[in-house]
Design a protein around this ligand. Structure first.
Ligand SMILES: Nc1ncnc2c1ncn2[C@@H]1O[C@H](COP(=O)(O)OP(=O)(O)OP(=O)(O)O)[C@@H](O)[C@H]1O
Length: 622
């Protein structure tokens, strides 16, 4: 990247990197790091450090894993890298950038960084936002269930659940088509199912193949009975132009009536298709065995039906299957989202309803008419050859109906099948395997910046030892870079955190701090004295203050509005000038050592550890 560009972010980044390399910005860095926080992450263009600069400039091909202890700048480096890639590799612009972060507070905290660098083609989301559901607030699973639902075993279970909805026929079924008896034969249903599966299409799209095979057979029977023999020997040079073929797939789609009026109604095959279309029996039998499905329906049916669960996971221990069982009307949980997304990939989009099809047809007709009018008009002036149909359409405003003019970020966020040009995954140590699949579906190019720290992994389960443990099932290769200097916490806080974690038997990777001078105090107080203590700390604090606790809801009401109250999990990725931690001993038992590490490394100036004399018995809830 050089100053020849008209892109501000690129030029500024370059100036900052140069001065950092020259060692000019040491004073500036000290001042920046010591300054009170505002609750919004800033860009670091003017104080970018050498190792950070090098990582930012790593080319965008393939996956890059940026690791490092808390506060080493992983997030801020990843965001600058996104700006750099959009600037140097414009091809990424076409899809924009997706940033997957750990919680809503974190996304608010970082949302200004890329716009400040001149980039707006960016979607910020939690993994649970990637597949939208009706519930505004997702339920929380028991940890064991959450782990099971995040496990790759779910892939096969869901695959089977979908294929179990593609049903065979045990006995022939006699159907009545306008007083003519035809037989839906088990072997034809099997052949139709095999052909549909072999098409490689998702369930809802493969249904066209299934329906076609079944209807063709019924049609032949109907014609044999009514006109002395099937007529499928008629030449069919181009399936797209063949009315019979079109009708047969249109019938599956419920469109046949309109099309029948449109084509030559004289052929016996066309009349037979019309008869099939009128037969309630036929439609019911076709639908029964290969229904159009939504992810929500499949998952609700599966979890509410012991038999379906057993059929989908015959080799599982009954106790594991029982963990998935729940009522049909139960709210979706955070872990269900990746399952719904997996199902969306297996099922494909549901067939469009009649209203959508009518709108699309009306739009196409309007376009056709407007282009024809424009073309005629221009031809009258001898100009027709100079403009393409696209240009004509644009010039005459037809695209206003047909082209989506929303900004890229808005279009991408609304489209679950959007392929992003680059994806950043932050706090990547916490994604479940099923969530990885969900994220990677949105990044077919595999141009990724994966940011995380295994020591900060949430939960009491054993930590993965390497990134290969996390990424191995999903990516064939990646490159790893490590940031080595902490720019957030004073050295005293890092030493304290390391010491506390060693006390609970966990050795974390050592890291240097860019500065010292932080304070730590440990106090034991009565529960009722807590608000007064927090107010006192707030008065003494120059910038932002947070209380980290397992029961934020009740406490937040008793504290001033400018105090942030968060759980350890909600504190991920954030930083505050003063952090008051309640009952830190409980965090390890209830959440895990990674969450204690996160909690102890959020403060830029002052850490206050409060042990309440009458600690609340409520469990820490992530
Ligand atoms: N070169 C730099 N100049 C100024 N500030 C910096 C620099 N690098 C990082 N910082 C600051 O350090 C703090 C921590 O950065 P960041 O949140 O990116 O770290 P992190 O490694 O992602 O932390 P965590 O793992 O705890 O989420 C932020 O305030 C960031 O702005």
């Amino acid at each position: 990247m050089d100053g020849a560009s008209d892109n501000d972010s690129g030029a500024e980044l370059s100036v900052g990197a140069e001065s950092a390399r020259a060692g000019d910005s040491v004073d500036l860095l000290s001042r920046v790091l010591a300054a009170p926080r505002t609750g919004r992450m800033r860009d670091i263009v003017s104080t970018l450090q050498g190792e950070q600069d090098r990582i930012i400039r790593t080319p965008g091909k393939g996956a890059l894993v940026v690791t490092g202890a808390p506060g080493t700048g992983k997030t801020v480096v990843a965001l600058h890298r996104a700006a750099y890639l959009l600037y140097t590799e414009p091809v990424r612009r076409a899809g924009g950038v997706l940033v997957v972060g750990p919680n809503a507070g974190f996304l608010r905290y970082i949302e200004q960084v890329l716009p400040a660098l001149g980039e707006t083609d960016v979607v910020l989301a939690q993994a649970t936002d990637l597949y939208p559901v009706d519930e505004a607030v997702l339920a929380v699973e028991y940890p064991l269930v959450a782990r099971l639902k995040g496990d790759l075993r779910m892939v096969e279970l869901l695959r089977r659940a979908v294929s179990d909805r593609q049903r065979l026929l045990a006995e022939p079924v006699t159907l009545l088509i306008e007083d003519v008896e035809v037989v839906l034969r088990p072997e034809i249903v099997r052949r139709a199912r095999d052909a549909a599966r072999a098409s490689g299409e998702p369930h809802n799209q493969a249904r066209d193949t299934y329906t076609e095979v079944v209807l063709e057979d019924l049609l032949d029977q109907f014609l044999s009975a009514t006109s002395g023999g099937p007529s499928h020997s008629e030449p069919t040079p181009n399936p797209d132009n063949d009315p019979t073929q079109r009708l047969s797939s249109a019938l599956a789609d419920g469109l046949a009536k309109e099309l029948i009026d449109e084509v030559d109604g004289g052929t016996s095959r066309t009349q037979a298709l019309a008869a099939l279309h009128r037969s309630v029996d036929v439609r019911r039998e076709v639908n029964l065995r290969w229904m159009p499905l939504t992810p929500e329906k499949v998952l609700r049916d599966l979890f509410a039906d012991e038999d379906q669960l057993r059929a989908a996971a015959p080799d599982w221990r009954p106790a594991d299957r029982a963990m998935l069982a729940r009522r049909r009307d139960a709210a979706w949980t955070r872990e269900d989202i990746a399952l719904l997304d997996e199902l969306a990939a297996l099922l494909g989009p549901p067939p469009r309803g009649a209203a959508d099809r009518a709108t699309a047809a009306a739009q196409a007709a309007a376009q056709h008419e407007a282009v024809r009018f424009a073309s005629d008009t221009l031809r009258a002036f001898g100009m027709a050859e100079t403009l393409s149909p696209d240009e004509l359409a644009r010039r005459y405003g037809v695209d206003d109906h047909l082209v989506d003019h929303r900004p890229l970020a808005e279009r991408a966020a609304a489209d679950p099948s959007w392929a992003y040009g680059h994806v950043i995954v932050d706090e990547a140590q916490d994604l479940t395997p099923m969530q990885w699949r969900m994220v990677l579906r949105r990044c077919p190019s595999r141009s990724l910046t994966i940011v995380g720290d295994l020591d900060q992994r949430s939960g009491v389960a054993a930590r993965p030892r390497t990134w290969a443990d996390v990424l191995g099932p999903h990516l064939s290769s990646w490159r790893e870079e490590t940031l080595t200097v902490n720019y957030r916490n004073p050295g005293e806080h890092l030493e304290f955190a390391r010491h506390r974690l060693r006390e609970v038997g966990v050795d974390i990777t050592a890291v240097d701090s860019a500065r010292w001078g932080g304070t730590i105090s440990e106090v034991e107080i009565a529960d009722t004295d807590l608000p007064a203590l927090v107010v006192e700390e707030l008065d003494a604090c120059q910038g932002t203050l947070a209380v980290v606790t397992g029961e934020p809801g009740a406490l937040a009401k008793e504290l001033p509005a400018d105090v942030t109250v968060v759980t350890p999990v909600e504190a991920k990725g954030l930083e505050f000038d003063t952090v008051v931690v309640l009952d830190s001993d409980d965090i390890v038992d209830r959440l895990g050592s990674g969450d204690l590490y996160v909690t102890l490394t959020r403060a830029t100036q002052r850490l206050v550890l409060v042990r309440r004399a009458t600690p609340c018995a409520a469990a820490y809830t992530p």
